[in-house]
Design a protein around this ligand. Sequence first.
Ligand code: FES
Length: 102
Amino acid sequence: EPDWIDVVAVSSLERNWVTRVDLGRRRLAIYDTPSGIFASLALCNHGGADLCDGYFDGHVIECPLHQGAFDVRNGQPIAAPATRPMKTFETRVENGTVQIRA
Ligand code: FES
C-alpha cells in the first residue's frame, strides 16, 4: 500500500482552474478538470515562475512568465520554451479530500 498524503479539500478547489497548495516545503499546483484532478509541482521547470499564476484551459497550464505550456495529465511540455516534463503526482479523492501519492 503506497503512502497517500492529504493535500486539500475538493470543495476548496476552483472549478476547472488551478489552485495553489503549500505542502510542507513544497508548493503544489492542483488542477481541477472535467476528467479529474491532477497535481504537479507549482514552480515551472524552465525559469521558476509559479504556474498557479498562469492560465489554465482544459488540460493545459500556461506559464505566466514565458508562456511555456504543459499537459497536466502527464506533465509533458507542449509549448516552448518549456522542454522538460514537469513533475506530476498521482492523485485520488478520499472522503472529499484530494490526496497525492508520496
Ligand atoms: Fe515558465 Fe519560462 S518560467 S516558461
